[in-house]
Design a protein around this ligand. Structure first.
Ligand code: 9Z3
Length: 313
């Protein structure tokens, strides 16, 4: 039997800087509460599951945060205030376009100025300029807040804390759960304090089930918000059934169902009434379009309808 969510929080201590992060989030929300802005909490990247308290080893997952970071840019573009809860060192909005060693290839040293000045190569300006322009606009609008996590337990603490600051937005708040969250973990009480030693032989690692956090999130933390979760599978045959199962169980608004191998080009938006395929064609991809643009367009329209219905009641 998995622990209840209350037991999970009781047994796994919060991150040491939780209060500081709570204050940042509260200040951010306060700023956007009165200006009528919509707000979206985006979760992005994978959680780690430590195997030791002084963690040397941990269980990780594949997610690089591409979905979450791209979606954040598109939500910002259409005016949402964005809280980006992301795995530290995973892909970040805007930076994702200039990451890696290519970044250094974009720069040159200005020899005429005594090697003290660096500029962007003229041939790269057309790549950097649109990104920098959008980044500066997001910064100026003060509509973008990043909050980092690494472990599963930090993620769950921050998710709860951020959700608890959002109810005053009512239907204007959207929760977009794109992070790849581990279903399994090693309870704090069963973890060795120090690095496991090979001289002690092969360890037996028992993973427990993580309680389903969507349940309190939807029913108590943000009961009036527009909540969207993702369902990831590797077997097409069970994808929609599992997505429907999650909708029925947690009673949120949409499950975006995706398969690991085709996640960049297809998701199915599953609602209690409907299934809508959102597709990126090869041709659109060649033009530099991204699936997340279409996902965000679809969701913002659905969110508008939801806000109208909520205010009409
Ligand atoms: C997703 O399904 C995301 O679309 C991906 C994005 C993690 C596949 P990338 O970071 O990948 O762009 O490479 N996220 C949710 C995954 C998840 O943990 N879902 C749980 C489940 O399927 C429910 S909350 O049971």
């Amino acid at each position: 039997m998995p622990l209840s969510w209350e037991q999970f929080y009781a047994e796994n201590p919060p991150p040491s800087d939780l209060d500081q992060k709570r204050h940042y989030v509260q200040d951010f929300c306060q700023k956007h509460l009165n200006n009528g802005s919509r707000i979206v909490l985006i979760t992005s990247g994978g959680t780690t599951v430590p195997l030791e308290h002084h963690t040397v080893r941990f269980v990780d997952n594949f997610s690089a945060g591409t979905r979450g970071s791209a979606s954040a840019e598109y939500f910002l573009e259409i005016g949402y205030a964005v809280i980006f809860l992301y795995r530290l060192k995973s892909i970040e909005p805007y930076l994702r376009h200039v990451m890696g060693s290519r970044f250094l290839d974009m720069l040159e040293i200005d020899k005429s100025a005594d090697n003290t000045s660096i500029s962007v190569k003229p041939s790269e300006v057309h790549n950097i300029l649109p990104v920098l322009t959008k980044y500066n606009a997001a910064k100026e609008s003060q509509k973008f807040l990043q909050v980092g996590f690494t472990t599963l337990s930090d993620y769950l603490w921050l998710l709860k804390t951020i959700c608890e600051t959002l109810p005053s937005f009512g239907a204007r708040a959207m929760i977009y759960l794109a992070a790849a969250v581990s279903d399994f973990y090693v309870p704090a009480t069963q973890m060795p304090t120090h690095k496991m030693q090979s001289q002690d032989g092969a360890p037996t690692i028992q993973l427990d089930l993580v309680p389903k956090i969507l349940q309190p999130l939807v029913s108590s933390w943000v009961p009036n918000a527009y909540v969207i979760s993702f369902k990831l599978e590797t077997d097409e045959n069970i994808l929609i059934k599992k997505a429907r199962g999650a909708l029925l169980k947690y009673k949120h608004k949409i499950v975006l169902a995706n398969l690991m191998d085709t996640r960049r080009s297809r998701v199915v938006a599953v609602t209690p009434e409907d299934e809508t395929e959102i597709i990126l064609t090869e041709e659109q991809k060649q033009k530099g379009l991204e699936l997340e643009k279409f996902i965000v367009d679809y969701l913002s329209e659905e969110h508008s309808k939801f806000i109208m219905e909520s205010t009409a009641q």
